[in-house]
Design a protein around this ligand. Structure first.
Ligand SMILES: NC(=O)c1ccc[n+]([C@@H]2O[C@H](COP(=O)([O-])OP(=O)(O)OC[C@H]3O[C@@H](n4cnc5c(N)ncnc54)[C@H](OP(=O)(O)O)[C@@H]3O)[C@@H](O)[C@H]2O)c1
Length: 280
């Protein structure tokens, strides 16, 4: 099926504003481009100003009538999150896509993946849920998520290597989605399958070559992989659902929805306590 045709079935998005974190590259940028094609306005957030500037120009080239602007955000830094939310003052936002994330940062940066992906998403979403309680909030997880076990997140993280830390951070995002859904917010959990983006930029060169070969074989292009984020943001029926690729092992394909799975409340409460301590 043609991607443009697929998306057009969800209807035009003129007059709506979407906030996409991590929109300077990869899936966030592709999601922002899709939203621009549908007529929506997009606010982009990330750390790298040059990449953000280029991204905004790309959106303006797609839709000359849309409102496209960028904001600086370092999701691993509480002060930056605070400043970012302040800078949003007065903005009307219909949906937020919590897409910013890293995987496997360099040696010696233990904890940064969880801090950026889980603690940062938690901190930011507490503030944006308060500011935009009626908006759609879309949490971006991964096929690669891992439960912490009986001893909880803090313990699991202390023992985790870099791969496991990423998988725990993505399980934490799934739990954040469940907690917020339970609290009555309009939330969606999505995972994009596996796609060749810059996410593996911190891998050692030889691993990067192997990983790129693997990603090439699966050819789930970011243009298609990002569709779950867009559907999560614009489809009314996605509220409270998981949205993921419909292909074999959920690795690739057009989006599919299913009712959110059951979750372990004790695990979620343990996580909430841990995230609160990390955010203090
Ligand atoms: N690619 C996949 O196969 C895959 C699979 C499952 C889940 N995901 C998830 O999809 C999301 C997007 O990843 P991607 O594959 O598109 O990778 P990517 O191309 O590396 O994009 C990551 C984005 O996050 C931003 N970012 C990184 N650290 C940040 C921070 N501290 N504060 C604010 N923004 C930050 C980056 O921009 P700056 O560097 O400018 O800040 C970039 O725009 C991630 O959450 C990832 O875990 C990806």
């Amino acid at each position: 099926m043609d991607i443009e045709k697929y998306l057009s079935s969800y209807g035009r998005q003129e007059g709506k504003t979407f906030l996409v974190t991590g929109a300077s590259s990869g899936l966030g940028l592709e999601a922002a481009k899709h939203l621009a094609r549908l007529g929506g306005n997009v606010l982009l957030a990330a750390r790298n100003e040059e990449r953000l500037r280029v991204a905004v120009e790309k959106l303006k080239a797609i839709n000359t009538k849309g409102d496209y602007r960028y904001f600086l955000l370092d999701q691993s830094d509480a002060a930056s999150i605070e400043a970012f939310v302040k800078a949003l003052e007065g903005e009307k936002i219909d949906a937020v896509i919590y897409n910013a994330g890293i995987y496997f940062p360099r040696k010696g940066e233990k904890g940064l993946t969880f801090k950026t992906n889980a603690v940062g998403t938690y901190l930011l979403s507490r503030k944006l849920l308060a500011l935009y309680p009626k908006a759609r909030h879309v949490y971006v997880g991964s096929i690669m998520h891992f439960k912490p076990g009986k001893k909880g997140f803090e313990n699991a993280l202390a023992r985790a290597g870099r791969q496991r830390e990423y998988a725990l951070s993505k399980e934490a995002i799934r739990m954040i989605f469940h907690l917020d859904l339970e609290a009555g917010y309009d939330c969606v959990y999505v995972h994009p399958g596996i796609s060749k983006t810059s996410i593996i930029r911190s891998f050692a060169p030889v691993i990067k070559r192997l990983a790129n070969g693997f990603l090439y074989l699966f050819v789930h292009h970011p243009v298609q992989a990002s569709l779950v984020e867009v559907v999560g943001a614009i489809e009314d029926r996605a509220k409270g659902q998981y949205v993921y690729p419909r292909g074999l092992f959920q690795i690739s394909g057009f989006p599919k929805m299913k009712k959110a799975l059951a979750y372990n409340q004790e695990e979620a409460e343990d996580l909430r306590g841990f995230l609160e301590r990390q955010s203090a």
